[in-house]
Design a protein around this ligand. Structure first.
Ligand code: BTN
Length: 267
Protein backbone atom coordinates (compact mmCIF):
# COMPACT_ATOMS: atom_id res chain seq x y z
CA UNK A 1 0.00 0.00 0.00
CA UNK A 2 1.26 3.50 -0.87
CA UNK A 3 1.86 5.10 2.51
CA UNK A 4 1.30 8.62 1.12
CA UNK A 5 -2.36 7.74 0.60
CA UNK A 6 -4.68 8.02 3.60
CA UNK A 7 -5.49 4.55 4.96
CA UNK A 8 -6.58 3.12 8.31
CA UNK A 9 -3.63 0.70 8.72
CA UNK A 10 -0.91 3.38 8.51
CA UNK A 11 -3.02 5.88 10.45
CA UNK A 12 -3.64 3.39 13.31
CA UNK A 13 0.02 2.31 13.40
CA UNK A 14 1.05 5.93 14.05
CA UNK A 15 -1.60 6.62 16.71
CA UNK A 16 -0.49 7.48 20.27
CA UNK A 17 -3.81 8.36 21.88
CA UNK A 18 -5.97 6.95 24.68
CA UNK A 19 -9.35 7.21 22.90
CA UNK A 20 -9.26 9.58 19.92
CA UNK A 21 -9.02 7.49 16.75
CA UNK A 22 -9.58 4.29 18.72
CA UNK A 23 -13.23 3.68 17.71
CA UNK A 24 -14.61 1.85 14.66
CA UNK A 25 -12.97 4.45 12.41
CA UNK A 26 -13.78 4.83 8.73
CA UNK A 27 -11.62 5.96 5.83
CA UNK A 28 -13.40 6.55 2.51
CA UNK A 29 -11.97 7.05 -0.96
CA UNK A 30 -14.88 9.43 -1.59
CA UNK A 31 -17.81 10.53 0.53
CA UNK A 32 -20.21 13.48 0.44
CA UNK A 33 -19.00 14.95 3.75
CA UNK A 34 -17.16 13.30 6.64
CA UNK A 35 -19.24 15.47 9.03
CA UNK A 36 -22.47 14.03 7.53
CA UNK A 37 -21.20 10.47 7.93
CA UNK A 38 -19.99 11.16 11.47
CA UNK A 39 -23.47 12.48 12.39
CA UNK A 40 -25.04 9.23 11.10
CA UNK A 41 -22.59 7.15 13.15
CA UNK A 42 -23.16 9.33 16.22
CA UNK A 43 -26.91 8.75 15.94
CA UNK A 44 -26.12 5.00 15.97
CA UNK A 45 -24.18 5.52 19.25
CA UNK A 46 -20.65 5.27 17.81
CA UNK A 47 -18.05 5.53 20.58
CA UNK A 48 -16.61 8.92 21.49
CA UNK A 49 -13.28 9.27 19.66
CA UNK A 50 -14.46 7.48 16.50
CA UNK A 51 -12.99 9.18 13.46
CA UNK A 52 -14.29 9.44 9.88
CA UNK A 53 -11.74 10.39 7.22
CA UNK A 54 -11.89 10.65 3.45
CA UNK A 55 -9.45 10.98 0.56
CA UNK A 56 -12.01 13.20 -1.20
CA UNK A 57 -15.41 14.75 -0.52
CA UNK A 58 -18.08 15.51 -3.11
CA UNK A 59 -20.02 17.91 -0.84
CA UNK A 60 -17.53 19.07 1.79
CA UNK A 61 -19.03 21.86 3.89
CA UNK A 62 -17.62 24.91 5.64
CA UNK A 63 -19.19 27.47 7.98
CA UNK A 64 -22.15 29.52 6.81
CA UNK A 65 -23.05 27.02 4.07
CA UNK A 66 -19.78 27.52 2.21
CA UNK A 67 -18.33 24.75 0.06
CA UNK A 68 -15.12 23.00 1.18
CA UNK A 69 -13.11 21.76 -1.81
CA UNK A 70 -11.63 18.25 -1.23
CA UNK A 71 -10.02 16.81 -4.40
CA UNK A 72 -8.66 13.24 -4.23
CA UNK A 73 -5.62 13.11 -1.88
CA UNK A 74 -5.41 16.92 -1.91
CA UNK A 75 -5.85 17.16 1.83
CA UNK A 76 -7.10 15.65 5.04
CA UNK A 77 -10.88 15.54 5.54
CA UNK A 78 -11.35 14.47 9.14
CA UNK A 79 -14.33 14.34 11.50
CA UNK A 80 -14.23 13.19 15.11
CA UNK A 81 -17.28 12.07 17.07
CA UNK A 82 -16.92 13.48 20.58
CA UNK A 83 -18.93 13.54 23.78
CA UNK A 84 -16.89 15.97 25.85
CA UNK A 85 -17.85 16.49 29.45
CA UNK A 86 -18.27 20.27 29.18
CA UNK A 87 -20.87 22.83 30.24
CA UNK A 88 -22.88 24.12 27.25
CA UNK A 89 -21.40 27.61 27.49
CA UNK A 90 -17.90 26.18 27.04
CA UNK A 91 -18.70 24.22 23.85
CA UNK A 92 -17.53 27.10 21.58
CA UNK A 93 -14.05 26.59 23.07
CA UNK A 94 -13.86 23.24 21.26
CA UNK A 95 -13.38 25.11 17.96
CA UNK A 96 -10.50 27.09 19.50
CA UNK A 97 -9.04 23.87 20.95
CA UNK A 98 -9.24 22.22 17.52
CA UNK A 99 -7.41 25.20 16.00
CA UNK A 100 -4.59 24.80 18.53
CA UNK A 101 -4.53 21.07 17.76
CA UNK A 102 -4.12 21.63 14.00
CA UNK A 103 -1.33 24.18 14.60
CA UNK A 104 0.57 21.67 16.75
CA UNK A 105 0.00 18.75 14.34
CA UNK A 106 1.29 20.81 11.38
CA UNK A 107 4.30 21.97 13.43
CA UNK A 108 5.35 18.46 14.53
CA UNK A 109 4.57 16.72 11.23
CA UNK A 110 6.12 19.13 8.75
CA UNK A 111 7.46 22.18 10.60
CA UNK A 112 4.80 24.55 9.24
CA UNK A 113 3.61 27.37 11.53
CA UNK A 114 -0.05 28.07 10.89
CA UNK A 115 -1.99 31.07 12.20
CA UNK A 116 -5.52 31.09 13.60
CA UNK A 117 -8.09 33.50 12.28
CA UNK A 118 -11.10 33.76 14.57
CA UNK A 119 -13.03 31.64 14.79
CA UNK A 120 -12.27 28.59 12.70
CA UNK A 121 -9.71 29.37 9.98
CA UNK A 122 -6.15 28.07 9.66
CA UNK A 123 -3.97 30.41 7.68
CA UNK A 124 -0.44 31.02 6.44
CA UNK A 125 0.80 34.31 5.01
CA UNK A 126 -2.73 35.58 4.47
CA UNK A 127 -3.99 32.44 2.73
CA UNK A 128 -6.36 29.77 3.97
CA UNK A 129 -4.80 26.35 4.64
CA UNK A 130 -7.58 24.72 6.64
CA UNK A 131 -10.81 25.14 8.51
CA UNK A 132 -12.87 23.71 11.34
CA UNK A 133 -16.59 22.97 11.32
CA UNK A 134 -17.96 21.95 14.74
CA UNK A 135 -21.56 20.77 14.64
CA UNK A 136 -23.91 19.52 17.35
CA UNK A 137 -26.35 16.93 16.02
CA UNK A 138 -28.20 14.74 18.52
CA UNK A 139 -26.04 12.58 20.79
CA UNK A 140 -22.59 14.01 20.01
CA UNK A 141 -20.38 16.89 19.02
CA UNK A 142 -18.81 16.49 15.59
CA UNK A 143 -15.51 18.28 15.03
CA UNK A 144 -14.78 18.43 11.31
CA UNK A 145 -11.34 19.53 10.19
CA UNK A 146 -10.12 20.12 6.65
CA UNK A 147 -6.41 20.68 5.96
CA UNK A 148 -5.02 21.39 2.48
CA UNK A 149 -1.95 19.23 1.88
CA UNK A 150 -1.29 19.18 -1.87
CA UNK A 151 -3.53 21.13 -4.23
CA UNK A 152 -3.18 22.03 -7.88
CA UNK A 153 -3.94 25.73 -8.24
CA UNK A 154 -5.03 25.28 -11.87
CA UNK A 155 -7.76 22.86 -10.81
CA UNK A 156 -9.27 25.05 -8.08
CA UNK A 157 -12.45 27.11 -8.51
CA UNK A 158 -11.58 30.69 -9.58
CA UNK A 159 -13.04 32.24 -6.42
CA UNK A 160 -10.56 30.45 -4.13
CA UNK A 161 -7.50 30.00 -6.42
CA UNK A 162 -5.51 32.90 -5.02
CA UNK A 163 -6.80 32.67 -1.46
CA UNK A 164 -5.58 29.21 -0.47
CA UNK A 165 -2.29 27.50 0.31
CA UNK A 166 -1.30 23.98 1.34
CA UNK A 167 1.18 22.26 3.64
CA UNK A 168 3.51 20.71 1.04
CA UNK A 169 3.92 24.11 -0.63
CA UNK A 170 4.66 25.75 2.73
CA UNK A 171 6.95 22.95 4.00
CA UNK A 172 8.76 22.42 0.69
CA UNK A 173 8.59 18.68 1.27
CA UNK A 174 6.14 15.76 1.03
CA UNK A 175 3.70 15.46 3.93
CA UNK A 176 2.45 12.04 5.05
CA UNK A 177 -1.33 12.36 5.47
CA UNK A 178 -1.48 9.36 7.82
CA UNK A 179 1.14 10.85 10.17
CA UNK A 180 -0.64 14.19 10.07
CA UNK A 181 -3.98 12.55 10.93
CA UNK A 182 -2.43 10.59 13.82
CA UNK A 183 -0.66 13.71 15.15
CA UNK A 184 -3.95 15.60 14.91
CA UNK A 185 -5.70 12.96 17.02
CA UNK A 186 -2.99 13.29 19.65
CA UNK A 187 -3.01 17.08 19.80
CA UNK A 188 -6.82 17.25 19.70
CA UNK A 189 -7.05 14.75 22.56
CA UNK A 190 -4.55 16.85 24.59
CA UNK A 191 -6.58 20.02 23.96
CA UNK A 192 -9.87 18.30 24.89
CA UNK A 193 -8.26 16.94 28.07
CA UNK A 194 -7.41 20.53 29.05
CA UNK A 195 -11.02 21.62 28.51
CA UNK A 196 -12.39 18.71 30.52
CA UNK A 197 -9.94 19.56 33.33
CA UNK A 198 -11.46 23.08 33.23
CA UNK A 199 -8.16 24.58 32.04
CA UNK A 200 -10.21 26.84 29.77
CA UNK A 201 -7.85 29.79 30.01
CA UNK A 202 -4.86 27.64 28.99
CA UNK A 203 -6.66 26.75 25.73
CA UNK A 204 -7.62 30.41 25.17
CA UNK A 205 -4.07 31.62 25.89
CA UNK A 206 -2.62 29.08 23.47
CA UNK A 207 -5.14 30.17 20.83
CA UNK A 208 -4.14 33.80 21.41
CA UNK A 209 -0.47 32.93 20.83
CA UNK A 210 -1.40 31.34 17.48
CA UNK A 211 -3.82 34.14 16.54
CA UNK A 212 -3.52 36.31 13.44
CA UNK A 213 -6.72 38.22 14.33
CA UNK A 214 -5.92 39.88 17.67
CA UNK A 215 -4.58 43.40 17.45
CA UNK A 216 -5.92 43.87 13.90
CA UNK A 217 -8.59 46.26 12.73
CA UNK A 218 -11.41 44.11 11.46
CA UNK A 219 -14.80 44.40 9.82
CA UNK A 220 -17.38 41.95 11.13
CA UNK A 221 -20.51 41.32 9.12
CA UNK A 222 -23.57 40.09 10.95
CA UNK A 223 -26.68 39.74 8.80
CA UNK A 224 -26.66 43.02 6.87
CA UNK A 225 -24.89 45.05 9.57
CA UNK A 226 -21.20 45.81 9.65
CA UNK A 227 -19.07 46.49 12.74
CA UNK A 228 -15.58 47.95 12.46
CA UNK A 229 -13.04 47.94 15.27
CA UNK A 230 -9.90 46.44 16.75
CA UNK A 231 -9.93 42.76 17.78
CA UNK A 232 -8.78 43.01 21.40
CA UNK A 233 -9.21 39.71 23.19
CA UNK A 234 -10.99 36.37 23.51
CA UNK A 235 -13.75 36.03 26.13
CA UNK A 236 -14.22 33.19 28.62
CA UNK A 237 -16.46 31.26 26.20
CA UNK A 238 -14.48 32.00 23.05
CA UNK A 239 -16.19 35.22 21.92
CA UNK A 240 -14.11 37.80 20.04
CA UNK A 241 -13.90 41.05 22.02
CA UNK A 242 -13.80 44.06 19.72
CA UNK A 243 -13.28 47.73 20.54
CA UNK A 244 -15.42 49.60 18.03
CA UNK A 245 -14.27 52.82 16.45
CA UNK A 246 -15.56 55.23 19.12
CA UNK A 247 -14.54 53.05 22.05
CA UNK A 248 -17.57 50.81 22.66
CA UNK A 249 -16.61 47.20 23.53
CA UNK A 250 -18.65 44.42 21.90
CA UNK A 251 -18.41 40.62 22.18
CA UNK A 252 -18.96 38.72 18.95
CA UNK A 253 -19.90 35.05 19.12
CA UNK A 254 -19.27 32.82 16.11
CA UNK A 255 -22.84 32.29 14.79
CA UNK A 256 -23.37 34.05 11.51
CA UNK A 257 -20.47 36.44 11.79
CA UNK A 258 -17.75 36.66 9.19
CA UNK A 259 -14.56 38.64 9.65
CA UNK A 260 -12.42 40.55 7.18
CA UNK A 261 -9.45 42.85 7.71
CA UNK A 262 -10.21 46.57 7.54
CA UNK A 263 -8.93 46.73 3.93
CA UNK A 264 -11.28 43.89 2.95
CA UNK A 265 -8.49 41.29 2.74
CA UNK A 266 -8.93 37.81 4.15
CA UNK A 267 -6.37 38.00 7.00
C1 BTN B 1 -14.58 26.32 7.11
O1 BTN B 1 -13.52 26.73 6.68
O2 BTN B 1 -15.60 27.04 7.12
C2 BTN B 1 -14.64 24.95 7.70
C3 BTN B 1 -14.18 23.88 6.74
C4 BTN B 1 -14.32 22.49 7.32
C5 BTN B 1 -14.04 21.41 6.32
C6 BTN B 1 -14.02 20.05 6.95
S1 BTN B 1 -13.39 18.81 5.86
C7 BTN B 1 -13.90 17.57 6.96
C8 BTN B 1 -15.27 17.98 7.46
N1 BTN B 1 -16.30 17.58 6.53
C9 BTN B 1 -16.95 18.61 6.01
O3 BTN B 1 -17.89 18.54 5.19
N2 BTN B 1 -16.45 19.75 6.50
C10 BTN B 1 -15.37 19.51 7.44
Amino acid sequence: MNSAVLNLADFSAALKTRYLGRGANECHEEIDSTNNRAAVLAAQDAASGTVVMARSQSAGRGRQGRQWVSPLDGGLAFSAILRPNLPLNKLPLVTLAAGNAVCRAARVTCGVELGLKWVNDLTAQGKKVGGILAEKPLKALIVGIGINIRLNRDELPDEIKDRVDWLENLAGMPVDTNLLAAALCQSLEEELDKLEEQLYQAVIDDWKRNSVTLGKTIKATYGGAEIMGVAKDIGESGALIVEKTGGEIVELSAGEISIRMADGSYC
